[in-house]
Design a protein around this ligand. Structure first.
Ligand code: ZN
Length: 262
């Protein structure tokens, strides 16, 4: 394992070498990739989203079913941040790696769709996305464009145009199962990659927190880019301690340096 005692540039060069040698690279990203875009981590105490409600109570399936008004009141500041947010340098850096063939899959715990808006193509949103909503009555799916804006501006709870039932954002709430098809794709990607980049997540939320272990157990190397330690640091090949929005662009530049464009 390479430690943070080595200069960051050395560790970035080392990671770049691992990426260039790898045949299949998977990135697992979390809230830390979106915080530079101004999106608070709703699980963190300082985000302001804990002041009135506990997320695991209000952002739960049972609250949505019994008191959707309360759910939508709680969601309002988070949805407002997400609507205004733009992809940051970390999103663009990963998209560039993907475009140049050095990254095959991005698995994200984020629901803000910023990887896609940043240009990434193969993104597995294992906690769902705010980009779409589904009617709880007739299961029609709607793009959130226009609907989310109306909700943010007027606090209008989104309703189905056909059956008038309430629309539920396609995000995975507490008490809900992860989307099975996407989850299985994520597991498969982890088991078949030979390098995993963990970026901007402290790996505290199960079951996604165990994906790096799946990768390790199938022989992959592991690189962790995060502000704070994670439980798999002891098994990582390289740990890059710091801001993903600074480190990932440096890393991408290093990987693409010397790449001859066709
Ligand atoms: Zn409907």
């Amino acid at each position: 394992m390479s430690t943070t005692l080595e200069p960051l540039n050395t560790l970035i060069t080392q990671t770049s070498g691992l990426i260039r040698q790898a045949k299949c690279v998977v990135a697992l990203t979390g809230a830390g990739v979106s915080t530079p875009s101004g999106i608070p981590d709703f699980r963190s105490q300082g985000s302001g989203l804990w002041t009135k409600y506990l997320p695991m109570e209000v952002a739960s399936l049972s609250t949505f079913r019994t008191n959707p008004e309360l759910f939508y009141t709680w969601l309002h500041p988070l949805a407002s941040h997400m609507l205004l947010a733009k992809p940051n340098a970390a999103h663009h850096a990963l998209a560039d790696l993907e475009h140049e063939g050095f990254l095959q899959t991005i698995i994200t715990q984020n629901i803000d769709a910023l990887h896609r808006r940043g240009g990434a193509r193969h993104v597995l949103e294992i906690h769902g996305t705010l980009n779409t909503l589904t009617c709880v009555g007739c299961f029609r799916q709607y793009a959130s464009d226009g609907i989310i804006e109306d909700y943010i501006d007027n606090m209008t709870i989104p309703r189905c145009r056909v059956c008038n039932a309430i629309l539920k954002p396609d995000v995975i709430l507490y008490e809900e199962q992860l989307p099975m098809r996407i989850w299985l794709q994520a597991e498969e990607a982890c088991k078949t990659c030979d390098l995993m980049l963990v970026a901007g997540t402290s790996l505290e939320v199960m079951p996604s927190a165990r994906l790096p272990v799946d990768a390790l157990e199938h022989g992959a190397k592991l690189v962790i880019i995060n502000h704070t330690p994670t439980y798999v640091d002891v098994r990582a090949d390289v740990i890059l301690r710091g801001d993903v929005a600074q480190i990932l662009p440096q890393l991408t530049s290093e990987v693409l340096r010397g790449t001859i464009r066709q």
